[in-house]
Structures are given as structure tokens and as C-alpha cells.
Design a protein around this ligand. Sequence first.
Ligand SMILES: [Zn+2]
Ligand SMILES: [Zn+2]
Length: 216
Amino acid sequence: MNTCQMCERPDEIGGLLCVGCTKATVVRLESLPALHRGLSPFLQPAGGVGAGRSGKGGPAPLPVNEDILDLRGPGGLVGAAERWLDDVRRGRGHAAITPAGGIEVRLQAAVAGLLANMGWIALSWPSAGYFAKDIRDLVNSVRSIIAPVPAVAVGQRVGNCPAIVPPAGTLCGAVLRLAPGEKALRCQWCGTVYPPYVWPQLKVWIDEDTKARRVA
Ligand SMILES: [Zn+2]
Ligand SMILES: [Zn+2]
């Protein structure tokens, strides 16, 4: 029987990561694109475009947070995911892939590549523990920036769903409420799920939509 490289508990299957740590790593990998998007509202300096600053002073715009720029840039989340995928592919004797497209597309591709190899990673990759811990640390560092998550009470009306619904590309606009026993907001109309770490971004979208509706 092996010991899990992450939680150090014995693993009945004899892999390098136990079932629980494998699942947790999958969830963390899947959350990376949303976390990446969730960082963007923190990049806008306070009092920027549209805030109607009068020139009478008021609070100075906050400097752009360098940590967030680093995490969103080519060396940040996407760089980490691509480096790990490279290592995995080398470990399996597969040819390296040259990343293409914008950062969001590259992050999606690297995450998909890692998820596709998760079975092998958990069972046979000597670096599985380092990998799983690195992904955990990465997710925690992004969450610590995005936090504090806005407090949402069960049943509270959060705003209107900002999802764009195909095929017409119209705004969903259904009222979002936190259902009892749920951690994420789920739109009852279009089914879009908003986990807590995207709530800051969700608030930005809802505010923009509300403003646009008032103008119209
Ligand atoms: Zn474990
Ligand atoms: Zn919706």
C-alpha cells in the first residue's frame, strides 16, 4: 500500500495521490479559468473610467496590483499550467505542444491537457505530489486576492443574471438568489453557476448591466 504524496494517508489503490486528493486537484484545475477571470476587476484602478471624478480631489486611484498582473500575465496561472503540462508530457514521452492563442485560450488548453492526464498523474507520476501541492498553492494565492467573498444570505436577491444566452445573444436577466444548502449561485433560468470566487466579478457585471438598463 502506498502513502498519498499530498495528505500522507495510505492509499488503497496504490497510487501516488489518494482518491480524495486527486478529486481536489481536479476541482482546483477546473477552477483556474474562472479564477483567472475573477482577477480582472482587481486590475482596474479605483475611480477609473465612468466613475465621474470631478477633479475636486477625492481618493487617488489605487495603483494596479502587481501581484494580480503577475498572476494574469504569461508567467502567472497560464505559465504554471503550461509548465506542468510540459513536464507531464515529457514524463509520458509525448511531444511538447506549442501554446497558441490568447492567454485565456492557452489556460483552457493547458487545464484540459492536465485533466486528460490526471489518471496517469495520480497513479504513476513521481512528481504527482509536487504538482498537486503547487496547484493548491496557486489556487489559494488567487483566492486570497479575490477574497473576501461578498456575504450572500440564503434567499437574498443578488441581482440579475448577467449571462449571455444563445442563440440570440440576449442577456438572461433572471433574478439570482442563493438556494438553501447551495454554496454557488445557480441561475434557475439559464443554469449558469457562479461559485463564490467569481462573485466579485459577478457584481461588476450586474452593476454594468443595471447602469446600461437605466440609460436605455
Ligand atoms: Zn491524499
Ligand atoms: Zn441566467
